[in-house]
Design a protein around this ligand. Structure first.
Ligand code: GDP
Ligand code: IMO
Ligand code: MG
Length: 423
């Protein structure tokens, strides 16, 4: 069998967790392939709201196996809290959650390095979630990292000390005011590593390829979004992994010719949390309305998300880089009540109209060109079929499909599992 991918097409928080949960019943295996606890994937069902960080969003389905792939970076401390949060759901974690030995470990000093790096940047900071993501991937590519498989080694503590001491010197080099008690952080880390050791570690590329041979179906769950990709995102205001389709191949050990469908998920408008350019950002009442109605606060950091109109130039770019075969539109319900909606279809760039994403999209280089669409007033949250949706929303959907040349297969009208309309 083949693998399908589900990826965020914007700057993250598109609603990936909700959709993976909805799709899980169709798959045997759900696998995360990159990112780490910088992700916050929200699921809502049966009146419960749950935010997952490193654990794949298929974990609540009794028949699914969930895999943390080699491309993921995991923090044993955050992970332990996540596991504790799942206790009341009676999930057989040992058999339903499998962890790649090749996934890299986030050390307490990686988190401190993240904080020191951001503090040293001042106003130019990335707006990182401060989970140690960048420093951990730096150690991975620098060939200094520690991996999950290393905790099975007799000399793990020695390897840890060696790396942590090096980090300590780097933190000192930053010369910023950082308050911390390393001994306390390390005690917490080693206690969490002890717990992590009780779980099931696998050679995930072997496991997944064998599963494919046996006819099992796999859904790869992306974290962050395409515009935060280390190569294709708004560098340097990005995360430190490949969030796009290719990342699923390297992050799971799956060959490109095994990938079948690529589901691209986007909000009916745009949000971004952290620093960096955002051409369609709103600073007015409309943006405030989106933030309020859409409850646009980070699932991890609680930070207010910046809001703006839908940007089809950026979306087209993401569709192209990922090879998206079907689109999922989220949070359409949040736009109910706007008389007019704006959609960016081109940029004015150095005096010329362009419709591709250029190298520089800072406000001084790019001015969005909008078309206006008629809004709708109806509350969508109780609607269950495509036919019920207001004519103006259907027009909005058809316009996007035409511009992006990919069909919208799902329209989400609320945070709950059930508020999902298949078209
Ligand atoms: P993820 O990181 O892509 O999984 O997305 P987040 O969980 O960080 O953010 C999406 C937020 O929107 C969560 O609070 C979801 O519960 C919520 N959500 C998802 N889909 C919808 C929708 O269609 N309508 C509304 N109003 N909220 C939604
Ligand atoms: P999910 O999976 C939204 C953003 C941060 C910051 C930049 C770098 O929930 O969609 P990092 O911690 O990776 O060094 O931060 O990336 N960012 C996210 N924004 N959703 C996420 O994940 C994000 N993960 C990282 O805000 O701007
Ligand atoms: Mg999120």
């Amino acid at each position: 069998m083949t693998v399908d991918l589900l990826l965020g097409l914007q700057w993250g928080d598109e609603g990936k967790g909700k959709i993976v949960d909805v799709l899980t019943s169709k798959y045997d295996i759900i696998a995360r392939f990159q990112g780490g606890p910088n992700a916050g994937h929200t699921l809502e069902f049966d009146g419960i709201k749950h935010v997952l960080r490193t654990i794949p969003s298929g974990i609540f389905h009794k028949n699914s196996v969930n895999i943390i792939g080699n491309g993921v970076v995991m923090d044993p401390v955050v992970f332990q809290k996540e596991i504790e949060g799942l206790e009341k759901f009676n999930i057989d974690i040992q058999s339903r959650l499998l962890i790649s030995r090749k996934a890299h470990l986030i050390l307490p000093t990686h988190r401190l390095l993240d904080a020191a790096s951001e503090a040293s940047k001042g106003k130019a900071k990335i707006g990182s979630t401060l989970k140690g993501i960048g420093p951990t991937y730096m150690d991975k590519t620098g060939r200094n990292g520690l991996r999950v498989g290393d905790i099975e080694l007799d000399n793990f503590e020695e390897l840890y000390r060696h790396l942590a001491d090096k980090h300590q010197a780097m933190i000192d080099f930053y010369n910023v005011d950082l308050q911390y008690d390393l001994a306390e952080l390390e005690a917490e880390f080693f206690a969490a590593v002890k717990e992590l050791k009780k779980l099931t570690f696998i050679d995930s590329e072997e496991y997944l390829n064998k599963a494919m041979k046996e006819g099992k179906t796999i859904l790869a769950e992306g974290a962050q979004g395409s515009l935060l990709d280390i190569d294709f995102g708004t560098y340097p205001f990005v995360t430190s992994s490949n969030t796009t389709a290719a990342g699923a191949c390297t992050g799971l050990g799956i060959a490109p010719n095994r990938v079948k469908d690529v589901f691209g998920i986007f909000k009916a408008y745009t949000t971004r949390v952290g620093s960096g350019p955002f051409p369609t950002e709103l600073f007015d009442e409309d943006g405030a309305t989106m933030a309020r109605v859409g409850n646009e606060f980070g699932s991890v950091t609680g930070r207010a998300r910046r809001c703006g109109w839908l940007d089809l130039v950026a979306l087209k770019y993401a569709v192209q880089v990922n090879g998206v075969t079907a689109l999922y539109m989220m949070k359409g319900d949040v736009l109910s009540g706007f008389d007019t909606l704006k959609v960016c279809t081109a940029y004015k760039y150095k005096g010329q109209e362009i419709n591709h994403l250029p190298y520089n999209i800072e406000p001084e280089n790019v001015e969005p060109i909008f078309v206006e669409k008629k809004g709708w007033a109806a509350d969508l949250t109780g609607m269950t079929t495509y036919e019920q949706l207001p004519a103006e929303l259907k027009e909005y959907i058809e316009f996007i499909e035409k511009e992006l040349e990919v069909p919208i297969k799902v329209v989400s009208v609320g945070p709950d599992r059930t508020q999902t309309i298949m078209k």
